[in-house]
Design a protein around this ligand. Structure first.
Ligand SMILES: Nc1ncnc2c1ncn2[C@@H]1O[C@H](COP(=O)(O)OP(=O)(O)OP(=O)(O)O)[C@@H](O)[C@H]1O
Length: 216
Protein backbone atom coordinates (compact mmCIF):
# COMPACT_ATOMS: atom_id res chain seq x y z
CA UNK A 1 0.00 0.00 0.00
CA UNK A 2 1.29 3.44 -0.95
CA UNK A 3 1.51 6.31 1.56
CA UNK A 4 1.11 9.85 0.26
CA UNK A 5 1.62 13.15 2.01
CA UNK A 6 0.22 16.19 0.25
CA UNK A 7 1.20 19.63 1.57
CA UNK A 8 1.09 18.26 5.10
CA UNK A 9 1.48 20.98 7.75
CA UNK A 10 0.72 20.26 11.43
CA UNK A 11 -1.14 23.23 12.89
CA UNK A 12 1.14 23.62 15.98
CA UNK A 13 4.22 23.71 13.70
CA UNK A 14 2.80 26.07 11.04
CA UNK A 15 4.80 29.15 11.99
CA UNK A 16 8.08 27.30 12.62
CA UNK A 17 8.04 25.55 9.23
CA UNK A 18 8.61 28.68 7.21
CA UNK A 19 12.05 29.04 8.80
CA UNK A 20 13.58 25.83 7.42
CA UNK A 21 13.57 23.47 4.46
CA UNK A 22 11.99 20.03 4.87
CA UNK A 23 11.56 16.97 2.64
CA UNK A 24 8.29 16.13 4.42
CA UNK A 25 6.36 19.20 5.53
CA UNK A 26 4.36 21.29 3.07
CA UNK A 27 5.38 19.29 0.02
CA UNK A 28 4.27 16.24 -1.92
CA UNK A 29 5.87 12.91 -0.92
CA UNK A 30 5.03 9.32 -1.86
CA UNK A 31 6.35 6.26 -0.07
CA UNK A 32 6.11 3.13 -2.17
CA UNK A 33 5.58 -0.39 -0.87
CA UNK A 34 8.78 -1.93 0.46
CA UNK A 35 10.82 1.29 0.84
CA UNK A 36 13.09 1.61 3.88
CA UNK A 37 12.87 5.28 4.74
CA UNK A 38 14.97 7.16 7.27
CA UNK A 39 13.73 10.57 8.34
CA UNK A 40 16.38 12.54 10.18
CA UNK A 41 14.82 15.10 12.44
CA UNK A 42 16.53 17.47 14.81
CA UNK A 43 14.85 17.67 18.21
CA UNK A 44 11.50 19.45 18.25
CA UNK A 45 11.00 19.45 14.46
CA UNK A 46 7.95 17.20 14.73
CA UNK A 47 9.05 13.55 14.63
CA UNK A 48 6.43 12.41 17.06
CA UNK A 49 3.80 14.65 15.49
CA UNK A 50 4.50 13.00 12.11
CA UNK A 51 4.42 9.46 13.50
CA UNK A 52 1.17 10.06 15.37
CA UNK A 53 -0.36 11.67 12.28
CA UNK A 54 0.61 8.69 10.10
CA UNK A 55 -1.03 6.33 12.62
CA UNK A 56 -4.15 8.52 12.73
CA UNK A 57 -3.74 9.39 16.40
CA UNK A 58 -4.14 13.08 15.61
CA UNK A 59 -5.67 15.13 12.83
CA UNK A 60 -4.67 18.69 13.66
CA UNK A 61 -3.05 19.30 10.29
CA UNK A 62 -3.57 21.00 6.95
CA UNK A 63 -3.05 19.00 3.75
CA UNK A 64 -3.65 15.28 3.43
CA UNK A 65 -2.23 11.92 4.47
CA UNK A 66 -3.40 8.99 2.34
CA UNK A 67 -2.96 5.27 2.81
CA UNK A 68 -3.72 3.24 -0.32
CA UNK A 69 -5.08 6.31 -2.11
CA UNK A 70 -7.63 7.12 0.60
CA UNK A 71 -7.28 10.11 2.91
CA UNK A 72 -6.97 9.16 6.59
CA UNK A 73 -9.69 11.73 7.27
CA UNK A 74 -12.11 9.44 5.41
CA UNK A 75 -11.17 6.26 7.28
CA UNK A 76 -14.07 5.04 9.40
CA UNK A 77 -13.19 3.56 12.85
CA UNK A 78 -13.47 -0.05 11.66
CA UNK A 79 -11.22 0.73 8.67
CA UNK A 80 -8.67 2.39 10.93
CA UNK A 81 -8.70 -0.66 13.20
CA UNK A 82 -8.20 -2.96 10.19
CA UNK A 83 -5.33 -0.75 8.92
CA UNK A 84 -3.61 -1.02 12.30
CA UNK A 85 -4.15 -4.78 12.53
CA UNK A 86 -3.08 -5.71 9.01
CA UNK A 87 -1.12 -2.96 7.32
CA UNK A 88 0.80 -0.76 9.73
CA UNK A 89 2.61 -1.55 12.95
CA UNK A 90 4.25 1.02 15.19
CA UNK A 91 7.00 1.51 17.76
CA UNK A 92 6.23 4.59 19.86
CA UNK A 93 8.96 6.81 21.26
CA UNK A 94 7.37 6.46 24.71
CA UNK A 95 6.79 2.69 24.25
CA UNK A 96 3.19 2.75 25.53
CA UNK A 97 3.23 -0.63 27.27
CA UNK A 98 0.55 -1.44 29.84
CA UNK A 99 2.58 -1.11 33.06
CA UNK A 100 0.50 -3.55 35.10
CA UNK A 101 0.64 -6.34 32.54
CA UNK A 102 3.74 -8.47 32.22
CA UNK A 103 6.07 -7.93 29.28
CA UNK A 104 4.81 -11.19 27.75
CA UNK A 105 1.15 -10.19 28.18
CA UNK A 106 1.84 -6.87 26.44
CA UNK A 107 3.24 -8.71 23.43
CA UNK A 108 0.65 -11.49 23.54
CA UNK A 109 -2.22 -8.96 23.44
CA UNK A 110 -0.96 -7.75 20.09
CA UNK A 111 -0.19 -11.23 18.76
CA UNK A 112 -3.76 -12.50 19.21
CA UNK A 113 -5.44 -9.43 17.69
CA UNK A 114 -5.44 -11.04 14.26
CA UNK A 115 -7.21 -14.33 13.66
CA UNK A 116 -5.46 -16.60 13.08
CA UNK A 117 -2.43 -14.98 14.79
CA UNK A 118 0.47 -14.19 12.44
CA UNK A 119 2.89 -16.13 14.68
CA UNK A 120 2.84 -18.97 17.21
CA UNK A 121 3.30 -17.90 20.85
CA UNK A 122 6.79 -19.47 20.91
CA UNK A 123 8.08 -16.72 18.62
CA UNK A 124 7.90 -14.36 21.62
CA UNK A 125 10.48 -16.44 23.45
CA UNK A 126 12.73 -16.66 20.40
CA UNK A 127 12.65 -12.90 19.78
CA UNK A 128 13.11 -12.12 23.49
CA UNK A 129 16.11 -14.46 23.55
CA UNK A 130 17.66 -12.68 20.57
CA UNK A 131 17.16 -9.24 22.14
CA UNK A 132 18.30 -10.46 25.58
CA UNK A 133 15.03 -9.74 27.40
CA UNK A 134 13.85 -13.34 27.97
CA UNK A 135 14.47 -12.90 31.72
CA UNK A 136 11.91 -10.07 32.02
CA UNK A 137 9.05 -11.64 30.05
CA UNK A 138 7.11 -12.54 33.19
CA UNK A 139 7.85 -9.27 34.96
CA UNK A 140 5.40 -6.33 35.05
CA UNK A 141 6.29 -4.00 32.18
CA UNK A 142 6.21 -1.01 34.53
CA UNK A 143 9.09 -2.53 36.49
CA UNK A 144 11.27 -3.08 33.40
CA UNK A 145 14.05 -0.61 32.60
CA UNK A 146 13.50 1.75 29.66
CA UNK A 147 15.92 -0.30 27.55
CA UNK A 148 14.00 -3.48 28.36
CA UNK A 149 10.67 -1.78 27.67
CA UNK A 150 11.95 -0.56 24.33
CA UNK A 151 12.92 -4.09 23.28
CA UNK A 152 9.52 -5.41 24.45
CA UNK A 153 7.81 -2.67 22.40
CA UNK A 154 9.90 -3.69 19.36
CA UNK A 155 8.90 -7.35 19.75
CA UNK A 156 5.25 -6.36 20.22
CA UNK A 157 5.35 -4.49 16.92
CA UNK A 158 6.84 -7.49 15.12
CA UNK A 159 4.33 -10.20 16.11
CA UNK A 160 1.53 -8.87 13.93
CA UNK A 161 1.15 -8.69 10.15
CA UNK A 162 2.24 -5.42 8.53
CA UNK A 163 3.21 -3.87 5.22
CA UNK A 164 4.66 -0.81 6.92
CA UNK A 165 6.47 -0.40 10.22
CA UNK A 166 6.56 3.11 11.65
CA UNK A 167 9.26 3.74 14.25
CA UNK A 168 9.89 6.82 16.38
CA UNK A 169 13.48 6.77 17.72
CA UNK A 170 13.24 3.00 18.29
CA UNK A 171 16.77 2.58 19.70
CA UNK A 172 16.95 5.66 21.95
CA UNK A 173 17.38 3.59 25.14
CA UNK A 174 19.67 0.89 23.71
CA UNK A 175 23.46 0.60 23.65
CA UNK A 176 25.17 0.04 20.30
CA UNK A 177 25.25 -3.75 20.62
CA UNK A 178 21.58 -4.08 21.56
CA UNK A 179 20.52 -1.55 18.93
CA UNK A 180 22.36 -3.66 16.34
CA UNK A 181 20.56 -6.82 17.42
CA UNK A 182 17.18 -5.07 17.37
CA UNK A 183 17.89 -3.62 13.91
CA UNK A 184 18.85 -7.09 12.65
CA UNK A 185 15.56 -8.55 13.92
CA UNK A 186 13.54 -5.69 12.40
CA UNK A 187 15.33 -6.09 9.06
CA UNK A 188 14.66 -9.85 9.06
CA UNK A 189 10.96 -9.37 9.82
CA UNK A 190 10.53 -6.62 7.20
CA UNK A 191 12.33 -8.69 4.57
CA UNK A 192 10.17 -11.74 5.38
CA UNK A 193 7.00 -9.68 4.81
CA UNK A 194 8.46 -7.57 1.93
CA UNK A 195 7.46 -4.67 4.20
CA UNK A 196 8.64 -1.10 4.16
CA UNK A 197 9.39 1.12 7.12
CA UNK A 198 9.59 4.74 8.12
CA UNK A 199 12.10 5.40 10.89
CA UNK A 200 12.59 8.78 12.50
CA UNK A 201 15.69 9.60 14.50
CA UNK A 202 17.83 12.54 15.54
CA UNK A 203 21.06 11.63 13.76
CA UNK A 204 22.58 9.72 10.86
CA UNK A 205 22.95 5.98 11.44
CA UNK A 206 24.00 2.82 9.65
CA UNK A 207 21.57 0.38 11.26
CA UNK A 208 19.82 -0.34 7.95
CA UNK A 209 20.39 -0.23 4.20
CA UNK A 210 17.96 2.66 3.76
CA UNK A 211 16.48 3.17 0.32
CA UNK A 212 15.76 6.83 1.13
CA UNK A 213 17.23 9.39 3.52
CA UNK A 214 15.04 12.43 4.14
CA UNK A 215 15.18 15.47 6.38
CA UNK A 216 12.17 16.50 8.43
N1 LIG B 1 -0.92 19.70 20.27
C1 LIG B 1 0.11 20.56 20.30
N2 LIG B 1 -0.07 21.83 20.71
C2 LIG B 1 0.94 22.72 20.74
N3 LIG B 1 2.20 22.42 20.37
C3 LIG B 1 2.45 21.17 19.95
C4 LIG B 1 1.42 20.17 19.90
N4 LIG B 1 1.97 19.03 19.43
C5 LIG B 1 3.27 19.29 19.19
N5 LIG B 1 3.56 20.57 19.50
C6 LIG B 1 4.86 21.23 19.36
O1 LIG B 1 5.40 20.83 18.11
C7 LIG B 1 6.82 20.69 18.21
C8 LIG B 1 7.20 19.30 17.74
O2 LIG B 1 6.80 18.32 18.71
P1 LIG B 1 7.18 16.78 18.54
O3 LIG B 1 6.87 16.10 19.83
O4 LIG B 1 6.54 16.26 17.32
O5 LIG B 1 8.74 16.92 18.30
P2 LIG B 1 9.88 15.81 18.17
O6 LIG B 1 10.62 16.15 16.91
O7 LIG B 1 9.33 14.45 18.28
O8 LIG B 1 10.76 16.19 19.41
P3 LIG B 1 11.82 15.32 20.30
O9 LIG B 1 12.98 15.07 19.42
O10 LIG B 1 12.15 16.29 21.40
O11 LIG B 1 11.10 14.09 20.75
C9 LIG B 1 7.18 20.97 19.65
O12 LIG B 1 7.64 22.31 19.73
C10 LIG B 1 5.87 20.79 20.40
O13 LIG B 1 5.82 21.61 21.54
Amino acid sequence: MQIQLQQLVPVPLRDKLEQRKSDIWNTSVTFNKGEWVKIKAPSGTGKTTLVHTLYKLRDDYEGAVSWGGKSLRNYRPAETAALRQQTVSIIFQDMRLFPNLTARENIELKRVLTAPPYYEATVIDAMAEKLQVAHVLNQRAGLCSYGEQQRIAIIRALVQPFEWLVMDEPFSHLDHNNAGKAAELIATECTKRKAGFILTDLDEDTHFAYTRNLLL
